[in-house]
Design a protein around this ligand. Sequence first.
Ligand SMILES: [Zn+2]
Length: 505
Amino acid sequence: MSVTESDLIPVVDYARASLDKAKDRHTVTDQQAVNDRTAARLGCRIVARFSDNDKSAMKEGVVRDDFEAMLRVLRAGRLKDGTPVMGCIVVADDRLVRKTGDYERFVDALTYDEGRVYADQRGFQDLYNENVESMGLMGAVISRMEVKKMRRRARAWNRARALEGQPKKGHRPFGWQDDRLTLDEAESALLRKAVERLLAGASLNSIVRDWQDKGILTPRGNPWRSQTIRTTIQNARLCGWRTINGELVRDEAGKPILGQWEPIITPKQWEAVKEIFQRRKGMQVIRTGEAVSPLPFDHREHSYLLSAIARCGKILEDGTMCNGKLRAGYDKSRGRGKYFCHSKGSGGCGGLARRADLVDMFVSEAVLAKLEERAKRTRTDRGPWPKERELTEKSEQMQALRERFHQRKISNTLFFEMVERLEPEIEALRAEKQSYELYAQQADLDLTDIRRRWYSKDDEDRLDISQKRAYIRKALHTVIVHPVGKRSGNQFNPDLLEPIWRQAD
Ligand SMILES: [Zn+2]
């Protein structure tokens, strides 16, 4: 017994692309191909196709002509030429309906007569069932889900643009001409110079002052402020990379997408700039140069090199070491700074003080020597990043996942669940790799330059306290300041300062 055309259930299908800015009907075509397969599988025959392209089903006031036409056909149960229509096929609910009201109207039209069928790619769905009617009450839930999906689709579109390396819409970026692609010679030179100065350790403020003195204006015609320069200089556009919402756009293989515009600096320089601002954000920096955690608030503003880094080494009556974090302050009677242990009421022992200038000098020397020694070792010891394999594997997993999603071999829910798990892992690995490579690069920096700038008499040139503290933290956990013995006299004894170095890997 063979199945003839007349045995197949005559249905219409509906497809919709809401953000199809490219104006091709690829998404609709794609949906129709799925519907063809669904129809074949379920013994249906598609007698008419309805589709709305470039239409959002969420927006008020958007009339979806084909959706409305289809409702009329379904209610009538036949096409204009009289061909019977017994049902409707879509890829999924969300292609059909986004508003509770539309859902109700659709169900109403389809179930106008008995025996109509409705199917999505999972199979037939029974719209005569009372439970389905209750979905109208889920309107709030549906719309919340929809808003999220819309945003995801909008992001996907932005991403598609970015993947082509097209510049973002909006104001002309400083450094480029109106076409947003060609460099503006003067402005790009200023930016390049600013980055070089910053990487050489100049403060952002000195750059701001310089630009203000020169009367340089932003593309909107305003004077530069440190916040605007900070943002501009950290923009990945400078090195030719593209971002969306501050995140680098990467291709399937995980490589940043190259824009069509001319870059001003190299990616390495840009990464180093990011790293610098990261460090200055009040983050604790470990010796790989990686900012690991926010510093407690009392670490942030310092005029002394070692306040809250150095600890009290006094042995208490119970035989344990005080270990209190030392504070710094100005000793008026002697006219100089000092480090001292908090009072008993504040968790210290109140029994230790040492002059700050000499402690700073000693610890500075010890830290510089340590950094120099480590840099020398790192240049020879450090191999390639050890987790490269793991990153490759995760990236490949992600790519395979995307391909399966694209071929619709995996559900939306499962896909996004897995993406949400994988993406942060990949991001974290990339960050780690970047720090590793940056550190390796930094190790090659001439440390004699750091030494020179540590002691420089020129305010502009000299490393500021927070930079020095970052280097100190990179090298050591703490410096234990042991109490001066009764007979030690007035001479400063550096042996009573005990640096606890961080482990070099
Ligand atoms: Zn103490």
